[in-house]
Design a protein around this ligand. Structure first.
Ligand code: C2E
Ligand code: MG
Ligand code: MG
Length: 672
């Protein structure tokens, strides 16, 4: 009996455990609690009933058993008192006084003076159990039936309740538009559990994707600027606590703009993706990784925007470690990039800032690394530089002048000076080189050596260059109309202009505006501009030459100086850089180079101009070499137009009408 009751309890227990597991503990917790209360009540009532039945039966049974020979009469002295446990048993079962006789329990039926009539307790118990077997079994059956009915009712009820839940979950799964094999389309706890598990899995995946989407740069999948800065901020706090150093590398691709310009932006995007992959591989190889919690993103690497990337080294062992990483990055990015059938080469300039030496906050650290990167650019690109305070000063000057220049262009705070190039024999003026100056309200006159590179790096040279060309043509047109028909104005062009301007159309337009014939113009282009010149540029230069515009290579000897390339360039004039003139007097090597340049230019039928003549001896040396045209302070410093105007009319209008130019004699006496 007890075994049966026990079985029932176990059954109920298993059933509850099953439900609680199958619903992942979500739905059934309240049900479980109420079932247990009910079960306890049920079992208690059942046990009470069995107990009552048993004691009633036991009370009746002695009379029944007296008919059998099971009642015996024994001497009182043979009886022993019960043990405590046996006593407890007989009390629970409401037995009359009981004794131990020959090791068994006997209950007293009748007591006489010396004898006592007793009945074996065991026999009474067995016969009582037999008596109550049928009602107990009936009770048990009723209980089991009620359990089964209850379970069926519960099951039906639950299906009714979870069906809409299942539909809801399936609906959510289908909104993810995923093909789910888990979606069994049946409303039972098992499928609901599976669906919920699946839902949990996909929501975790979506969470990761959302993080990736929100935290990273969409193109390269690297952490974006905002989250990178947030990450460094936390890391710098740790570095401060531990008293350790960290480093930040600012990586900027060299010439990436021309990749975009030449091959298109989608090609450029592909290059950026490959760059990001290469940088990631360095981070892994150098063990600089940092992942946050479950995130898939690498936090020590970021794309700041455009072609700028940053890498963070958390625990810097020594500055040499950051140099090692920078060298690795340079090497990695110098390897060919293969995109489809195209192979391109790029390089990078890297600035390194070290915490806390260079800066103490994330923003400042990036800024200082940027300053160092800029220095790497101006030092020739494809190199790294570590930040030093001196760099900061020149950077501040750079930004100051850049801001000022924007305003200066709007308010036309520039003017042109003109430096004559003369014939060495009759001092006749061949060209005037137009050289720009910036009239700054506070700084006074700023020379082009300082502001032209800034104008070039910011593309302001395009706007400024328009004004220079127009102004030079306008001035020359005035002199031309006054009789200077055989002299030219020479205008310097920078590489940025050659890249962005439709050169021939732009120049012809300016000439037309000024009413100046093309044969009164010369353009000076430094030899480095020809290194990666496109065929299109060559065609445009040929168009200009065909109309009479001369093209000069400026500062010859300081760029790539490839004599073989020179033969095929669309140029007419070769301007030998002043370094050869100044050094040739004392340095035999320079002297020899000067000789070869002059020889070669003559063989190629190029017109030679020697720049930077400051001394009579230099003039004589050039004369002995057969150089016909010279330019330099010995003749004149660059002068304002009104000064030049007076000077050219010194010889009189007749001279000009006759020769088509004027004379400008070297100031030999002044210099000696
Ligand atoms: P550049 O085209 O080679 O111009 C010649 C430079 O040498 C001028 O410097 C001139 O003043 C200087 N110079 C001339 N004779 C002598 C001499 O005997 N001794 C010495 N030491 N220097 C002499 P400037 O005017 O300061 O111009 C510097 C450079 O700035 C120019 O070199 C040119 O590359 C650039 N630049 C000047 N004006 C313009 C412009 O309008 N547009 C562009 N794109 N660049 C310009
Ligand atoms: Mg020049
Ligand atoms: Mg020059």
């Amino acid at each position: 009996m007890f075994l049966l009751v026990l079985l029932w309890i176990v059954f109920e227990l298993i059933r509850d455990i099953y439900y609680s597991f199958s619903l992942s503990g979500l739905v059934m917790e309240s049900h479980q609690a109420s079932t247990w209360k009910l079960n306890t009540l049920f079992v208690s009532v059942f046990l009470l009933l069995v107990y009552l039945l048993l004691i009633t039966s036991m009370a009746k049974n002695p009379a029944k058993l007296s008919d059998n020979n099971e009642i015996i009469t024994v001497n009182k002295t043979e009886l022993v008192n019960l043990t405590r446990f046996d006593k407890l048993m007989s009390t629970v079962l409401l037995m009359p006084k009981s004794y131990l006789y020959q090791g068994e329990i006997f209950i007293t039926l009748e007591e006489k003076a010396t004898e006592i009539r007793v009945l074996p307790f065991e026999n009474l118990l067995i016969s009582s159990f037999i008596d109550i077997a049928i009602p107990v079994t009936a009770l048990l059956l009723m209980a089991l039936t009620s359990v089964v009915v209850n379970a069926l009712y519960y099951h039906k009820n639950m299906i009714k309740k979870i069906t809409p839940l299942c539909h809801k979950v399936d609906g959510i799964i289908s909104t993810y538009q995923l093909d789910s094999s888990v979606n069994e389309n049946s409303a039972n706890l098992h499928s609901l559990t599976n669906s919920l598990n699946y839902l949990q899995k996909i929501s975790e995946e979506y969470q990761l994707k959302a993080e990736e989407y929100n935290f990273c740069d969409k193109l390269t999948k690297l952490v974006d600027r905002y989250h990178f800065l947030d990450h460094i901020n936390k890391q710098l706090i740790i570095s401060k606590k531990k008293g350790i150093k960290s480093a930040l590398l600012f990586i900027d691709l060299d010439g990436f703009k021309s990749v975009n310009d030449s091959y298109g932006h989608s090609f450029g995007d592909e290059v950026l993706i490959q760059v990001a992959e290469r940088l990631k591989s360095i981070v892994r190889r150098k063990k600089l990784n940092f992942k946050q919690d479950d995130s898939v993103l690498e936090y020590n690497l970021s794309r700041l925007g455009g072609d700028e990337f940053t890498m963070f080294i958390r625990e810097l062992e020594s500055p040499e470690q950051s140099i090692g990483v920078a060298i690795d990055v340079l090497k990695e990015l110098e390897r060919d990039f293969i995109l489809g059938t195209k192979i391109i080469k790029i390089s990078a300039s890297i600035g390194i800032a070290i915490y806390p030496d260079s800066a103490a906050t994330p923003y400042a650290l990036i800024q200082m690394a940027d300053v160092a990167m800029y220095r790497a650019k101006t030092d020739g690109r494809g190199v790294y530089r570590i930040y030093s305070p001196e760099m900061g000063a020149s950077m501040r000057r750079y930004h100051y002048l850049l801001d000022e220049m924007r305003a200066a262009i709007d308010s036309k705070n520039f003017f042109l000076t003109f430096q004559p190039v003369i014939d060495i024999d009759d001092y006749g003026i061949i060209y005037f080189e137009a050289l720009v100056r910036w009239q700054h309200p506070v700084e006074g006159t700023i020379t082009p050596d300082e502001f032209i590179p800034i104008a070039e790096s910011s593309n302001l040279i395009l706007e400024l260059g328009d004004w220079i060309l127009d102004e030079a043509c306008r001035q020359m047109s005035a002199w031309y109309n006054a009789g200077m028909r055989n002299a030219r104005i020479s205008v310097n062009l920078s590489a940025i202009q050659l890249k962005h301007k439709p050169l021939d159309d732009w120049i012809f337009e300016s000439l037309e505006k000024a009413g100046l014939p093309p044969r009164s113009l010369m353009l000076e282009i430094t030899e480095s501009c020809f290194i990666d010149a496109s065929d299109k540029l060559f065609t445009m230069l040929e168009n200009l030459r065909a109309k009479g515009v001369l093209i000069a290579i400026d500062d010859f000897g300081t760029g790539f100086s490839s004599l073989s390339i020179l033969a095929n360039l669309p140029v007419d004039v070769l301007k030998i850089d002043k370094i050869f003139v100044s050094e040739a007097m004392n340095n035999s090597k320079y002297n020899k180079i000067l000789h070869s340049i002059v020889d070669m230019a003559k063989k190629l039928d190029l017109n030679i101009v020697a720049e930077g003549i400051e001394q009579v001896e230099q003039l004589e040396m050039l004369r002995s070499l057969g150089v016909q045209h010279i330019q330099g302070f010995l003749v004149s410093r660059p002068q304002r137009s009104n000064y030049v105007g007076k000077k050219i009319f010194e010889q009189g209008v007749n001279h000009m009408a006759h020769t088509g130019t004027s004379q400008w004699a070297p100031q030999v006496n002044d210099l000696n």
